[in-house]
Design a binder for this molecule. Structure first.
Ligand SMILES: Nc1ncnc2c1ncn2[C@@H]1O[C@H](COP(=O)(O)OP(=O)(O)OP(=O)(O)O)[C@@H](O)[C@H]1O
Ligand SMILES: [Mg+2]
Length: 635
């Protein structure tokens, strides 16, 4: 229950709507309650006419008048309940919107580690379910709960007025019914949780499989993927049967209790009328009131049931909402004065929260106006990037990096070379602040990067990731991802430098070409060049290339390299490449061996030490020689 109250507190902006709904419900309930009185009165008039106590003409006039009043009351009921319904629809949709936007906001600020441990599809399935259940509950409740409550109270009062034992009987029914229902709910919820877990796992896999359908097809795993999915979903069948058996068994119990009580109620009404304690009209009134009381009692099981679901949903919701964001993200948000407030203010003003993500989440203040801009004033003489005795583990204490210690001076080009899995990309991840070192520190322009606001830090780094990681949408949108306001010319210039302009123009829609999910419609090399163009356009002072040109052929790579060389001119760069030709022109090479620095030196120096770089050179040369030999060329 407390989690439902939390939802209400969480969505304070909806208070006026909640109020409007309550007002409509009260009016609807009052109009509904008037009906039995009118019909009871009409019954009495008819009885008097039949008994000859009233003239037929008077009686007809009276009943027609009563029928007209009935019409008016019912029309009011019809209109007001629909107005209330409208408020209910708007409220539940806003509730869903607010909850979804906040959830997304939260997710976007969770640490990388959190995502490492979760499947996308599972996150999405959980979000959809919990929010849908909360807003469904809010909607149905708002359209019936207040009315039900008022009706119940009124019926109790009225029946107590006519004959108190009736009220006592009704009073017993409610707690017994609610008690039996909540008994049912505990087990029901547990089983529901088991079902949800299976469905969430299946949904997670589902999203993964659809996202990588090519792999599934090529390894002909459709059947086994499907059977796994089907097994999980079918496992909910047995659970559902157990769940439903339990529910219906308990329903028989509580409805039987209800039937028993109403037996008593009706028996009392009939007997007392025969004894002359009630007029016929009063009997009709009471019978109608009782059937009005019956409905809330029965809906009570639904209310308890769906409120339990909504409670479970809101717990799931708040579990994610309460996941701590890392300190640096928190610092970044705190520094972004206004962003959170604006979102809150919008929610308060009742505007659909998050209808313009560009202005609010995008309120991620542009960097030039960042309050902490000063934090990045370089410390005189400090290297642009420095790793100070960094140890790092993704999980537990299984260190992936050991005592990494190096510095990159302003304008210097440094290459990281080492075996696959040696920790090169991990160094990039640490530099970007996606993870924190376990020991030691990463410094940027002389500041411990742990003290820098993350957005300031990241705005300074243009990175081409090992997997090109594009988004669905157009080529132009992708290139401009790091600089949303960039003009057409800037986008094209960046593409030209990345040697992408030519192939882009070959598409029928050119820069407006839609490239599919994660850029699926592009070749690997095309994707890489878009990613390079994206980093070029960002124009950050520190450039990080993680295998940025690995998917290109030698010719295309040369061309991209030319663009990159120009870009790297006077810019600090960290380059990871397997192809040695790519790094021949760097100032220094750092070789990594199983997460440890092996050597640091210029390409010329390292060529002669017999270390990793020299070995790679030798391997490449021998390959070259063999190939040349094959064509009858030697030397
Ligand atoms: N998110 C992660 N969670 C746990 N372990 C990880 C994660 N990412 C990488 N690793 C592990 O860290 C080690 C270093 O990985 P990293 O990606 O840094 O290697 P790399 O040098 O970039 O290799 P490659 O040349 O193949 O790209 C690997 O053993 C890998 O299994
Ligand atoms: Mg890597």
């Amino acid at each position: 229950m407390s989690s439902l109250l939390r939802i209400i507190r969480f969505t304070r902006s909806l208070n006026p709507l909640y109020l409007a709904i309550v007002v409509c419900s009260v009016l609807t309930a009052l109009a509904g309650l008037a009906v039995p009185f009118i019909i009871g009165r009409a019954t009495d008039v008819v009885t008097s006419a039949v008994n000859g106590e009233m003239s037929a003409g008077d009686a007809v006039r009276a009943v027609i008048l009563l029928a007209l009043v009935l019409l008016a009351v019912e029309l009011v009921n019809t209109v007001v309940s629909n107005v209330g319904g409208w408020f209910g629809d708007v409220m539940s949709n806003r509730l869903r919107t607010i909850l979804s936007v906040r959830y997304y906001d939260k997710l976007l600020h969770l640490p990388q580690r959190w995502f490492d441990a979760e499947l996308t599809g599972t996150i999405v399935a959980r979000l959809n379910r919990s929010i849908a259940e909360i807003s469904m509950f809010a909607k149905t409740m708002s359209n019936s709960f207040a009315t039900m409550l008022i009706t119940t109270v009124a019926v109790l009062g009225i029946s107590a007025y006519y004959y108190w034992p009736l009220a006592v009987l009704l009073l017993i029914v409610f707690p017994v019914y609610v008690w039996l229902t909540s008994l049912t709910s505990v087990k029901w919820q547990k089983l529901e949780g088991e079902k949800n877990e299976q469905v969430d796992i299946a949904s997670g896999r589902f999203a993964e499989v659809i996202g990588q359908i090519r792999v599934v097809k090529s390894f002909v795993r459709e059947r086994s993927e499907l059977s796994d999915f089907s097994r999980r979903f079918w496992s909910t069948d047995a659970t559902t049967r157990a769940q439903s058996t339990h529910w219906h068994r308990m329903d028989v119990l509580r409805r039987a209790a209800l039937n028993l009580v109403f037996f008593g109620v009706y028996a009392i009404i009939f007997v007392r009328t025969v004894q002359g304690a009630f007029t016929l009209g009063e009997m009709v009134l009471l019978i109608q009131l009782m059937s009005m009381a019956r409905q809330p009692v029965q809906s009570m099981s639904w209310v308890v049931d769906s409120s339990q679901r909504a409670i479970a949903g809101s717990k799931d919701y708040f579990r994610v909402m309460e996941t701590p964001i890392d300190e640096r993200t928190a610092a970044m948000l705190a520094a972004r004065v206004g962003v959170r407030d604006t979102a809150g203010a919008d929610a308060r003003s009742g505007a659909a929260d998050g209808d313009e993500p560009g202005t609010r989440t995008g309120g991620l203040t542009t960097l030039s106006e960042h309050p902490d801009e000063a934090a990045l004033h370089p410390v005189a003489g400090a290297p642009v990037v420095a790793f100070r005795h960094v140890d790092f583990a993704y999980e537990g204490d299984a260190d992936v990096l050991h005592d990494i210690d190096f510095a990159v001076a302003r304008g210097e080009k440094v290459a990281l070379v080492g075996e696959s899995g040696g920790g090169k990309s991990t160094i990039v991840n640490l530099l970007l602040g996606l993870y924190e070192p376990r020991e030691g520190a990463v410094e940027v322009v002389g500041h411990d990067s742990a003290d820098l606001p993350l957005d300031v830090l990241r705005s300074r780094i243009g990175v081409v990731f090992q997997d090109a990681s594009l988004f669905s949408g157009t080529i132009a949108e992708n290139i401009a991802y790091g600089r949303p306001g960039a003009g057409e010319e800037e986008i094209e210039a960046a593409a030209r430098r990345a040697n992408a302009d030519t192939f882009i123009r070959r598409f029928p829609a050119g820069y407006e070409q839609i490239i599919g999910e994660r850029g699926l419609k592009l070749s690997g090399g095309q994707r890489q060049r878009i990613a390079v163009a994206r980093a070029i356009l960002k124009d950050a002072p520190l450039l990080v290339l993680d295998e940025a040109t690995s998917a290109l052929d030698t010719k295309a790579e040369r061309q991209v390299q030319k663009g990159l060389d120009e870009l790297m001119e006077g810019r600090t760069s960290l380059i990871i490449a397997h192809r040695l030709s790519t790094i021949a022109a760097v100032d220094r090479i750092i070789t990594l061996d199983e997460g440890r620095i092996d050597e640091i030196g210029s390409p010329a120096e390292l060529a002669t030490t017999g270390g990793i770089y020299a070995q790679l050179l030798a391997l490449q040369d021998s390959g070259q020689t063999k190939r040349l030999a094959k064509y009858g060329i030697t030397g």
